[in-house]
Each structure stands twice: as structure tokens, then as C-alpha cells.
Design a protein. Structure first.
Length: 450
């Protein structure tokens, strides 16, 4: 072991419940947390906790956005691919399993503590590719020269590890000076707008005033980028900060994203990021006709064919493929989101449940979405606004009657003049032109709404 305290930067407070000395049980073996690496990449932070079992075997407990995985160093069955050749979706075979690359990143070590198995100094860079196969998790680490190191294990739920000596909310708030999940305010460095975010859980902000991307992980807001974008969501029916009670727990809307399908400008939906201090994150998705309650999966489905995936013994069938572009974002997120971000989406359905595969240039994530009716959402969020697009494309009877009356008068007057003058061609042409001019506004009202 290497005592590394003092050789790398101090830990940034990320409000993890784990600490040096935390104990737990995994596969009937007792372990103790003895060290930590904290790594930063362009969209956030994650922790690698170094754990030692009572049988003297060591492993890593990875922690990112409330998801966990335990992995051990293993010998590769097959030569690992070169890092530049790995893309999300690439496949690697190990121990009879087919693993899919889900995250390919370069990260900077920003802090460390306790005992670690290798020297880590200031400026240490981690170059890693994460793979998944159902509940199984594999990391190929290219950080130590030309020879890649493999770590294999499983995704885990912290609650199943029977951990002792976890930090309580009071312990975390005392150590950090702020309560995890509490609302804190910093000012946008671009426009001065007051930005509210949930301490320790969602520090990547999109300013609702100027659309700038802002990092609030420190004691001050850092401007990351400025964007020209629309100033508010056109379709959101729930407000940032709205609270709702879902399945007995109170959730707060902390982020809002408006997306569209780039092939169809009228295909627009809104994704709300909800937070609960005990449960973590939940998504609520509003489409033109439906609502979906959505959770990000830590265990990925297994691919059965090009159009079928299996998750927990249930088959889901491919129903749709499309792209999603961010057209508006406001609030706080646990990753960096910006206008014009593009994601490729595949939906696999089984009755009223869907598995959603989302792929970007760097990662693949899977979510499980359950169809909800609007009455349920109204119960959850009494502040739900009426649907602005409900009557889109509908013309009132009064408006329709007005246009019909105008057309009738136009033709009667012009044809009467033609009959009296003995020339019907010109009045007929004028009537046709008038009909077109009157019909065009009606057409556009039906197309775009009132």
C-alpha cells in the first residue's frame, strides 16, 4: 500500500455518504474502505473508493451520480483494444460475456485520501473505458502507460452492501458547511441572474436568463460557455422549483430541458429532472399526448437481436429510433447540458413500459419509462398548468363561420357584377384569387395554432 495523503490535492466536498473507514459486505465477504481517488471530467466528478476485504483481496467501489459498482483487477481473456478505437457501442469479450462500451473518457485526478495501491501525484490523468453486460461491469484503464489494466465486477446498490459508518446528513452538512440537497444561490457570472441549485447533487447549471453553462461545484460560479438561445420554454407545464408528492415522497423539480426531433420541428417534448434527498434523481417526461415517469438504470438490458432487448427476464421490442436536440435548458443538473446537445435515442417497448437507450459521442445510458396519465400528474403536482397546445390546429366555429361568410359574399358580389356586365372570366379569376388569400390565413392557423 502507498500512503498518499499530502501528495495530491484535497478532496472537493461532493457529499458522498462513504468515508474512509466505512465497512460493508459484498458476496459474503467483509470489506473496509481505506482510500479514495476523486476524478473530474468535463461534465462532473466521480469517486473511486479503494476497499480491502478481510481475506486481503482489494477492489474498487466506483461512485457516480448515486450509482455504484465494485470491480477487481483481472487478467484479460483477449487483448484490449487501443483506446482511440473504442467508441460507445464497441464490443469486448471477457469470460464468455459480451460487454458493450458505455462510457469513454479522459479525466483529471483532483483529489485523494487514505491508502492507494499506486502513486498518484498532482496532474495524474485517468484514461478509461467502461463496459457493461447486464449487471456486470468492466473497466479498461489506460492510465499507466501502454499496458491496459482490466477491472471486472458488478453494478451494486449501496443499500445491499450492509454498510456501517456511513456519513449521516448531519455529518455531511457539518463537514461541508451546507446540507446536502439544500437550495443555495450563486449569481451567473455572465448576466448576474440568481442561480439556485441543490448543494452537492446538481452543480452543473444552465442559466434560465442567458442560457450560459455554469459550474457551481465550488464557492463561486464559473462560466463555462455562453449560448444564444430562446429565453424560456414554450411548452413546459411545470415550473422550476415546483414540488410534487410521488409514491409517498416529496420531489422538487431542479432542472428542465426542452427537446425536439431535428427531423420534425413540431415534435417537441419537455424533460423535468426531479430530486429527493433520500431517493436521488427521477425524470418526468412531458410529450404532446403523454407523461412518463423515468429512472436511469444501473443495470443495462441484454441485447437479444437488432430489435429485441431483455431486462430482468422480460423482452422489449424496438419501436422507434430518432435524434433529440436540446433547444432550451434551465436549472441544475448532475451533468453538463447545453443547447444544441444531440442524443441518439432508441425506444424498446412492452405494454406501457419502455426501455430508453440514449447515446452521445461519449456514453450510452439506459432508462426505464412508465406511462402515466395526466390525472396522476395533476395529483402529484397540483400546480400543473393547462396544456397550451391542447387546441393547436383547431379553429373555433365562430372563426370558421366568419371565413365561410366572407367567401360566400366574395363569390356572390363578383359573379353578380360579371352577370350584369356580361363578362364572367375576370370576376371568376378575382373570386378565385380572393378565396386563396382568405384561405391561406385559415391554413396557417390550422397548421400552427391560433
Amino acid at each position: 500500500m502507498v500512503d498518499n495523503v499530502g501528495k495530491i490535492g484535497q478532496i472537493l466536498e461532493d457529499y458522498s455518504p462513504i468515508q474512509i473507514g466505512t465497512t460493508g459486505i459484498y458476496q459474503k465477504e467483509h470489506f473496509t474502505v481505506i482510500g479514495r481517488l476523486q476524478l473530474s471530467y468535463e461534465a462532473g466528478l466521480w469517486n473511486e473508493w479503494y476497499i480491502l476485504f478481510d481475506n486481503h483481496q482489494s477492489a474498487w467501489l466506483g461512485e457516480a451520480s448515486g450509482q455504484y459498482a465494485i470491480t477487481y483487477e483481472v487478467n484479460p481473456d483477449n487483448p484490449p483494444p487501443e483506446l482511440p478505437a473504442i467508441k460507445p457501442g464497441s464490443v469486448y469479450q471477457h469470460q464468455g460475456l459480451s460487454y458493450t462500451a458505455t462510457d469513454v473518457r479522459k479525466a483529471q485526478c483532483v483529489g485523494g485520501e487514505g491508502e492507494l495501491p499506486f502513486m498518484v501525484g498532482s496532474g495524474y490523468q485517468a484514461q478509461v473505458a467502461d463496459y457493461r453486460s447486464g449487471e456486470y461491469f468492466l473497466t479498461i484503464d489506460y492510465s499507466h502507460g501502454k499496458t491496459a489494466t482490466l477491472y471486472a465486477g458488478r453494478a451494486v446498490d449501496l443499500s445491499t452492501l450492509k454498510c456501517q459508518l456511513l456519513l449521516s446528513d448531519n455529518d455531511i452538512s457539518t463537514r461541508a458547511g451546507r446540507i446536502k440537497g439544500s437550495v443555495h444561490t450563486l449569481h451567473c457570472p455572465n448576466c448576474g441572474f440568481a442561480l439556485q441549485y441543490n448543494v452537492g447533487v446538481a452543480t452543473q447549471l444552465s442559466c434560465p436568463s442567458c442560457a450560459s453553462s455554469v459550474d457551481c461545484s465550488g464557492d463561486r460560479a464559473v462560466l463555462l460557455s455562453k449560448m444564444q438561445a430562446q429565453l424560456k420554454s414554450r411548452f413546459a407545464r411545470l415550473e422550476l422549483g415546483a414540488k410534487g408528492r410521488i409514491h409517498g415522497n416529496t420531489w422538487t423539480i431542479i432542472g428542465l430541458i426542452e427537446c425536439k426531433d431535428p427531423q420534425y420541428d413540431d415534435e417537441i417534448w419537455v424533460e423535468y429532472l426531479l430530486f429527493n434527498s433520500k431517493k436521488g434523481f427521477l425524470w418526468l417526461v412531458q410529450t404532446e399526448s403523454s407523461w412518463y415517469e423515468t429512472e436511469v438504470l444501473n443495470q443495462h438490458p441484454n441485447t437479444q437481436s437488432e430489435e429485441v432487448v431483455k431486462f430482468k427476464s422480460v423482452n422489449y421490442h424496438l419501436s422507434e429510433r430518432y435524434a433529440s436536440d436540446v433547444v432550451y435548458a434551465a436549472g441544475a443538473f448532475n451533468w453538463r447540458v447545453a443547447v444544441n446537445d444531440r442524443t441518439w435515442i432508441e425506444e424498446y417497448t412492452n405494454n406501457n413500459t419502455a426501455l430508453i437507450k440514449e447515446q452521445t459521442a461519449h456514453e450510452i445510458t439506459w432508462s426505464k419509462a412508465r406511462l402515466r396519465n395526466e390525472n396522476e400528474v395533476k395529483v402529484w403536482f397540483p400546480s400543473l398548468r393547462a396544456d397550451k397546445t391542447k387546441n393547436r390546429g383547431e379553429i373555433s366555429l365562430d372563426t370558421q363561420s366568419f371565413f365561410e361568410s366572407c367567401l360566400a359574399i366574395l363569390w356572390i358580389v363578383n359573379l353578380t357584377i360579371g352577370l350584369v356586365g356580361g363578362h364572367l372570366v375576370i370576376p371568376a379569376l378575382l373570386s378565385a384569387l380572393g378565396t386563396l388569400l382568405l384561405w391561406l390565413p385559415l391554413f396557417f392557423m390550422k397548421l400552427f395554432g391560433k
